[in-house]
Write a protein that binds this ligand. Sequence first.
Ligand code: TYM
Length: 332
Amino acid sequence: RPRIFSAMQPTNDSLHLGNYIGALTQWVALQDSHDALYCVVDLHALTVNPDPARLRDRTRRTAAQYLAAGVDPARSTLFVQSHVHEHSELAWLLGCQTGFGEASRMTQFKDKSAKRGAEGTTVGLFTYPVLMAADILLYDTALVPVGEDQRQHLELARDLAERMNSRFGDGTCVVPEPHIMAAGARIQDLQDPARKMSKEDGNKGAVFLLDDPKRAAKNIKAAVTDDGTEIRYDPATKPGVANLLTMLSVLTSTPVADLERAYEGKMYGHLKVDLAEAVVELLTPLQRVANEYLDDPAELDRVLAAGADRARELGAATLDRIRDRMGLVPAA
Ligand code: TYM
């Protein structure tokens, strides 16, 4: 089975509907046909200096949400990034192959550092994409299921893998392919459909998986829609409606064209009510399972420990190969 790897940052108490639709649905769908590793990237979250108790709590919460969304630890390897030290070591090796200019061109770094200012911008934020490349290359990953916003970071991981192969010989690294959904790879903010739904918001523009389902439904019903009345998928002129249609399409596994037909002659309100219902149906059982894991963190920690054991074994073998190719003397 081809190897896949993907991950999310534990930067919030709850993941949002964009994370679920753009990434988690794919993770769950791919875990039968692929050897899947799903990681909570706590080291990445350190780039923005989180409160330690919060980070610890959010790391477990993120893992619990993976499980609740359908990641099955019997089929997939679920673990925490910092439990596998090899990620950090490979990040150093790859950092020495990354151009300063190349890293400077990462648009997420440019956005985040502009927002945080010179004082709040850490070196870790700058080298973030190198650590992400290490996450992927450490497992000889073939496929990386992510949302659209990770495309540039994945391109860097591919460039680094190719560079490693040309400098240190074919087979040093596997060149990973992105796996980005045709629809749903970029869910927009409910209040401002020109922006992507993001974790930082914590406001009415996002739907959080661990939100009170009633509040989630309210947020959807309050979504900004567009001029006109027709329910049609047209992201250019009707970004709000297109966003709602995309979400409903993924959540109910119904093609957008079928939805357009079903909503002919109906009003925006109908679409919102149906989407709100689909979201409540998603959130209610998901929260039950997530809370079971969070109420018994010992079981969750056991799952994560078993996952880390397997990941470490795979990662250590890759790292040995790369260290050797780069000329590091093996420890006797
Ligand atoms: P993160 O934690 O920001 O997001 C996790 C996943 O959710 C997707 N996503 C979205 N998809 C659709 N619509 C949205 N509005 C939306 N917002 C987020 C993201 O594309 C991602 O797939 N750098 C990564 C974490 C990471 C990683 C990795 C991913 C670290 N190492 C290795 C893959 C492979 C990140 O910050 O994702």
